[in-house]
Write a protein that binds this ligand. Structure first.
Ligand code: FDA
Length: 396
């Protein structure tokens, strides 16, 4: 191949686009002649800020049913060959102390930077080189892959036998997220499952929850798909908290969601029992024992004001049911600006589930969030990055 004179040129066996979670994991396993490139100034930035700076790096309950994909079977191979226990063993081998916070979620006792450093150490040990602050330009394929990079104001053409797409999804553009993986995949005719924001707060344009902003309670939230019992938080713009973020990944735009405001205590039964023992009390005083007082005040204008003794059991039961099945239709979500992940991405139908290699383009791999595999909240997305990165790295 001939190149204009001002260009520099080099060849590597494996070129990895993206020094995030999946790219660094792949670099630790892809062999010594590996170059990882990223436009960010620091590697693994999402790892660094994740989990409030402590990185929820995996989940002990990882299993394929905790992932969303058009093909729910696709993730099984990688997840079973590089498991959460493998990653925990790696973390332990690096002496990184950790703890379970809740629901199998493992966090560093110290800083998320320890996980980034661990991955850098592993990649370095494997012989990989990492170029940061490097812009990725045209990607071509002519027997080999040829990618034009710009680094320190100079263009460098890198040819590679293998090209791994690890530039993630579109979530949080402010942190440097781009659709590069999708564009390169499209260039090679790999199909795309339409990306959309996941693990994202809901918005309501009428600001109806503004008076409740800051109020939190345990709730069970269901869109289409499984229900999630975790914290729900009212915000100025709508609803957030883990229960909402989880449900958002299953939410078809325009659909209502169902919120059970008291998943642990049956409010209808409680009201009927209270009618027997404290019939002179009103609904608000009894319900304030089970729901945040601000929420009760907010909902109370729609309730009868009579004492419990003067209300029929059926009315109490209906009110309980309404509180367990509160139907709300969000206007939308906060979008990629705050979404923790991107749903959809490179269609798994185009990839080999064992190696993550494109079926029609030998040597082209896609891993991590760029692929149409999205985990629940709680360490699952990093586990997918580790498992898919490992699968591609060891296949090379
Ligand atoms: P990732 O986004 O990590 O890396 C992609 C890399 O590609 C980045 O370094 C980026 O700079 C680079 N890049 C992108 N476009 C480029 C371009 N055009 N040119 C050059 N480089 C480019 N998950 C979890 O399991 N536990 C958790 O605690 C959290 N917490 C969390 C908090 C926040 C705020 C966010 C936004 C996300 C999480 N996640 C999470 C999700 C998790 O961070 C995410 O799923 C993984 O980082 C995905 O790993 P990837 O390597 O695929 O992409």
């Amino acid at each position: 191949m001939r190149f204009p004179r001002q260009f520099r040129w080099m060849h590597v066996h494996t070129l990895i686009l993206g020094a995030g979670a999946a790219g660094l994991m792949a670099a630790a396993h892809a062999g010594p002649d590996t170059l990882v490139v990223d436009h960010a100034r620091a590697p693994g930035e999402k790892i660094r800020i994740s989990g409030g700076g402590r990185c929820n790096f995996t989940n002990m309950h990882t299993s394929p049913d905790r992932f969303i994909s058009q093909n729910p079977h696709f993730a099984k191979s990688a997840l079973s060959r590089y498991t959460q226990w493998d990653f925990i063993a790696l973390v332990d081998a690096h002496g990184i102390a950790h703890h379970e916070k809740t629901l199998g979620q493992l966090f560093c006792d110290g800083s998320a930077k320890q996980i980034v450093q661990m991955l850098l150490t592993e990649a370095e040990r494997a012989g990989a080189k990492i170029w940061l602050d490097t812009a990725i330009g045209a990607v071509r394929h002519d027997g080999m892959f040829l990618v034009t990079l710009t680094r320190g104001g100079r263009d460098i053409d890198v040819t590679a036998d293998n090209l791994i797409l690890a530039t993630g999804g579109k979530s949080i553009p402010k942190m440097g997220a781009t659709d590069l993986a999708y564009r390169v995949a499209a260039q090679f005719d790999l199909p795309l499952v339409t990306p959309r924001p996941g693990l994202v707060p809901f918005t309501f344009t009428d600001e109806r929850f503004k008076p409740l902003a800051g109020t939190a309670l345990p709730a069970r939230v269901t869109a289409q798909g499984p229900g999630f019992t975790e914290a729900l938080l009212f915000t100025h713009r709508g609803l957030s908290g883990p229960a909402i973020l989880q449900a958002s990944s299953y939410w078809p735009e325009g659909d209502p969601i169902t919120v059970d405001l008291s998943p642990a205590a049956p409010l209808g039964d409680i009201l009927i029992a209270a009618k027997q023992t404290e019939g002179r009390k009103g609904l608000t005083s009894v319900l304030s024992r089970h729901l945040p007082a601000r929420l009760v005040q907010y909902l109370a204008p729609d309730w009868p004001t009579a004492n419990l003794a003067d209300l029929p059991d059926a009315a109490l039961r209906d009110l309980g049911t309404a509180l367990h099945q509160w139907q709300l239709t969000p206007t939308g979500t906060e979008g990629y600006r705050t979404a923790e992940v991107t749903l959809g991405g490179i269609d798994t139908a185009a990839l080999n589930s064992r190696t993550m290699e494109a079926k029609t383009v030998p040597g082209l791999f896609a891993i991590g969030e760029a692929v149409d595999v999205t985990g629940w909240l709680g360490g699952y997305n990093f586990q997918w990055a580790w498992s898919s990165g490992w699968a591609a790295g060891t296949a090379i």
